[in-house]
Write a protein that binds this ligand. Structure first.
Ligand code: ZN
Length: 192
């Protein structure tokens, strides 16, 4: 929604990795054991993906799910050189009970970029956009949820501190619907 509003290129590293996995690319094969277990994909793989993409992106971009570790954040800054000061990191804060609920509900289309909930997919159980088959993300098992939350606290919280210490962090409540969150984010950016 933000990429559309601002006319920016958009990359979800998580979604791209799962696409590479499905396509059986070398990167996808390397990432497979981590994706299957719901583990963080190693920095060098994620960096190769995100920075390679970044070279092709023009006039601004939104990176979703990246940087996820401190090393990824500092490498992104090295890559951006003096443009790094214009980066804003957006941290969406959601209570863990709501996250758990969302994980259980999430569905993705196997043929197009649609992502939504079981409820949005309605009774048909098929993609509302293209009628394609829906799947649950491999890393969505509830048993993985707590492990991923812990990994987030250990590995990604330092990323938030890193951007905060250089006055580049925006904290926004991620509770509620995508539209609610979208409104909050655009309001925050208008204040900048
Ligand atoms: Zn679809």
């Amino acid at each position: 929604m933000l990429a559309e509003l601002w006319g920016l290129d958009y990359l979800s590293t998580g979604k791209q990795l799962r696409r590479e996995l499905k396509a059986g690319s070398p990167l996808g094969k390397e990432a497979e054991p981590y994706l299957e277990r719901g583990h963080y994909v190693p920095d060098e793989l994620v960096l190769a993906l995100a920075l390679e993409w970044n070279k092709r992106a023009e006039d601004g971009w939104i990176l979703d799910g990246f940087p996820r570790t401190l090393l990824q954040a500092t490498e992104l800054d090295v890559f951006l050189k003096n443009q790094k000061d214009s980066v804003r990191a957006l941290l969406l804060e959601v209570p863990s009970s709501e996250l758990q609920q969302r994980v259980a509900e999430r569905r993705e289309c196997t043929s197009c970029p649609w992502t939504g909930t079981r409820t949005q997919a309605k009774a048909s159980g098929r993609c509302p956009l293209c009628g394609g088959e829906l799947g649950q993300r491999q890393d969505d098992d509830l048993k993985n949820f707590r492990m991923r939350l812990r990994a987030f606290e250990e590995l990604t919280s330092p990323v938030a501190e890193y951007y905060e210490s250089s006055q580049r962090l925006l904290r926004v409540s991620g509770a509620g619907t995508p539209e609610d969150v979208f409104q909050r984010i655009t309001a925050q950016f208008n204040l900048q």
